[in-house]
Design a protein around this ligand. Structure first.
Ligand code: SF4
Ligand code: SF4
Ligand code: SF4
Length: 303
């Protein structure tokens, strides 16, 4: 009998669903064993059929999102938070920094592109006050972070859920898969807003560029630094960052970069605080981050 899979997208960009389609021939192989009973990217199914596995993309931002998530929990035996928005709030979690009304006013009243009468369009969903990751509302059985999740890890997870042996899920950071080497460098300047550096085989931190690879779970095989671009942390915090309340992105990165380059640690910390919306963007609305005693994102971001 085929495993029945149901998917839903909440507030996100639908990129996680596109990543399922990106499985290419692996998806065709899977179709021998699974039946998609609901998948908005491929079929028009408004109901919530009973399913063995549910994949939910996106965070909760509206009344509609909350109801849809509850329906998915009711109808799916195993529920998966699929993608960084579902696990940590993701990029749309930036809304956690602002009052709901200030966001609505910005879009519909205070800008040149606002609607003529300043009203919400008909049928617009009722927004909740903030952005909420899924596990704050229902029990989640599995988490697949990534923005979007890498096809390798989607295939691995689906294989597991289809009853094959349980794979050893690595808790290593992006650095573990990065081909660059950390090395001490002198006379390095902190690069603001830069995402790449000239030496191809040397760690970006050693070259003054802030790379979040050492504080990010490897769910992507280090695809950014291996192609020359700093890791932006899209797979979410590393396991030590999640488990240890006193560890924080800015202190860990500042310490490491200062050791490699001699740049003053407080200068690096202050820069990361000033750009908190960028460096904390993927998990800003997750209690894993904002409840840390040393994290004051709202202050840093001036909200
Ligand atoms: S995790 Fe990334 S790809 Fe997936 S819905 Fe959120 S923003 Fe889009
Ligand atoms: S910090 Fe970035 S560039 Fe340096 S080793 Fe880690 S992933 Fe690679
Ligand atoms: S290297 Fe970092 S930003 Fe790039 S895909 Fe991996 S986790 Fe995301």
């Amino acid at each position: 009998m085929k495993t029945r899979i149901s998917t839903e997208w909440l507030s996100g960009c639908s990129g996680c669903h596109v990543a399922v389609v990106d499985l290419h021939e692996k998806l065709l192989n899977l179709l021998d064993d699974v039946e998609f009973v609901r998948i908005p990217v491929l079929m028009d199914e408004k109901g919530y059929p009973e399913a063995d596995v549910g994949l939910v993309e996106g965070a909760i931002r509206s009344e509609h999102d909350r109801k849809a998530l509850l329906r998915m929990r009711e109808t799916c035996k195993t529920l998966v938070a699929f993608g960084t928005c579902a696990v940590y709030g993701g990029p749309s979690g930036i809304g956690w920094l602002y009052e709901k009304d200030s966001i609505l006013n910005k879009i519909y009243k205070d800008t040149v592109t606002a609607s003529a009468d300043g009203k919400l369009p008909d049928g617009a969903p009722e927004l909740e006050q903030s952005v909420t990751p899924l596990n704050e509302v229902v029990d989640i059985d599995f988490y697949i972070p990534g923005c979007p999740p890498h096809p390798y890890f989607i295939a691995l997870a689906l294989k597991t859920l289809l009853g094959a042996s349980v794979p050893a899920i690595s808790i290593k950071t992006v650095c573990s898969a990065c081909n660059r080497r950390m090395a001490k460098r002198e006379g390095v300047i902190l690069q603001r807003g830069m995402s790449t550096a000239p030496e191809e085989d040397i760690c970006l931190l050693s070259q003054g560029v802030i790379c979040l690879g050492s504080v990010t779970l490897d769910r992507c095989q280090a695809q950014c630094p291996n192609k020359g671009v700093a890791c932006a942390g899209c797979s979410g915090p590393s396991m030590d960052l999640i488990i240890e309340p006193h560890l924080d992105i800015r202190t860990m990165i500042a310490r490491r970069m200062s050791l490699l380059t001699g740049i003053d640690r407080s200068k690096i910390q202050k820069y990361i605080e000033k750009e908190a919306k960028t460096f904390y963007s993927y998990a800003i609305s997750s209690s894993v981050i904002y409840k840390k005693p040393t994290v004051e994102i709202r202050n840093w971001a001036g909200n």
